[in-house]
Design a binder for this molecule. Structure first.
Ligand SMILES: [Zn+2]
Ligand SMILES: [Zn+2]
Length: 397
């Protein structure tokens, strides 16, 4: 960390060398001197050897929650506030959702993961610094960063415009530090603009859970009026039911137990099927068979129980991976031209579409908020399965 005094000293020595081009170095000094606890970041433009360079000097630290080994506990640490490199931005994080996938960092389940790592890919905040070459955004913009944490623009998939399938794609909070922190650095291509009316604590969960189900449904081939079933009323499912209804589908919620029916109906389901008491597949067939089943509960058994509910040309979409393999008979797929597909999140623009559609259509995540200081408790709450339905860490609270 550079202290305020060290910074003033370095400016003085550069001035002595005639290397610093600051229009009003006196004002700059007083700004530094008066900044509270030295929390100030400024850019010094230097002219050295006829070349202009921009050096961002960071003054100040931030709180972050990191994991330093596979299976380790959360550690609340003070870190230097990082600086954005070329093509990158820095966000002052306001909210960050906790996703089940953060387990990949906590338990070391992602191949090649480097520790220590700050998890978090459901980030909402404001831009407070821009790296060189970032032209499409400005300081103060409200933005989100989700699972899709960047791409290389040059691989074959990127050349075809399919950025989510980039062979060098980055995942926020896995390939670089994520949003369980007061500040985060992200590449500009990972940013989604947040509509004014959407609060940060709602925008966060839309950046992974939201875009995953929204983008899966809108690309599923289902058309308004088609029967679309959402299996599992949880973090993904409670959003899936809302989106399915707002997209104009005949919406069926599939859950276990009678107790979830009122909530499913409140979220917009036309029908609720309690798989603990009836044959889900048979019930779906009574409705004509599902054009799409969005299987949000990561359980191979639960998925197998609903496959038989697909109608002709039906598509079973899986956005969350079960640990167990699926073993099923292919004949019903073949006879009804049915398919089972995986779904992978979306780009930052897909996330922005999710945010905009949610604001426009009055879709809301159900959340519980925790301060960053209670991250371990918040994470346990998320993984207990008791939460309804997403946990969001709030910075500065
Ligand atoms: Zn996620
Ligand atoms: Zn690429």
């Amino acid at each position: 960390m550079v202290t305020t005094n060290e910074l003033i000293d370095s400016i003085s020595s550069l001035e002595t060398l005639g290397a610093v081009g600051i229009t009003d170095s006196g004002a700059f000094r007083s700004l530094l001197s008066s900044s509270e606890h030295g929390k100030c970041t400024s850019t010094i433009t230097r002219f050295i050897g006829g070349h202009m360079a921009t050096t961002a000097v960071s003054v100040g630290t931030m709180k972050a929650a990191q994991i330093s080994k596979a299976g380790g506990d959360f550690e609340l640490v003070e870190r230097d506030i990082p600086e954005p490199g070329p093509g990158q931005v820095r966000l002052k994080v306001e909210a960050c959702g906790i996703c089940h996938s953060d387990e990949l960092v906590k338990e070391g389940l992602w191949p090649g993961l480097q520790y220590p790592r700050v998890p978090g890919h459901e980030i909402a905040g404001r831009l407070d610094a821009l790296g060189v070459g970032v032209t499409a955004w400005k300081k103060g913009d409200r933005v989100g960063v989700g699972w899709h944490g960047g791409h290389d623009f040059v691989c074959d998939q990127c050349r075809r415009g399919d950025f989510t399938m980039c062979v060098n794609r980055k995942v926020t909070g896995i390939d670089y530090d994520g949003g369980y922190a007061e500040y985060v650095i992200a590449p500009a291509e990972a940013l989604a603009a947040i509509p004014n009316e959407l609060p940060a604590e709602e925008a966060g969960p839309f950046m992974c859970a939201g875009v995953t189900v929204f983008n899966a449904l809108r690309n599923s081939g289902a058309r308004p009026g088609d029967v679309v079933a959402v299996q599992g009323i949880g973090g993904l499912g409670h959003l899936g039911v809302q989106y399915a209804r707002k997209m104009g589908f005949e919406t069926v919620a599939l859950g276990r137990g009678k107790d979830k029916e009122p909530l499913a109906k409140k979220l917009g389901a036309h029908h609720y099927i309690d798989s603990s008491t009836v044959d889900t597949a048979a019930e779906l067939q009574k409705l004509g068979g599902a054009r799409v089943i969005l299987a949000t509960a990561p359980s191979a058994k639960a998925i197998l129980d609903v496959v038989g509910g697909l109608g002709v040309n039906g598509n079973l979409l899986i956005p969350a991976a079960p640990n167990d393999p699926l073993t099923l008979s292919v004949m019903p797929l073949l006879m009804g031209r049915r398919q089972i597909s995986g779904w992978y999140a979306g780009t930052a623009r897909d996330s922005q579409d999710t945010l905009e559609f949610s604001a426009l259509s009055d879709v809301h995540p159900m959340i519980e908020k925790f301060p960053l200081s209670r991250v371990a408790e918040a994470y346990e709450r998320m993984h207990s399965g008791k939460v309804r339905f997403r946990v969001v860490l709030m910075m500065g609270s």
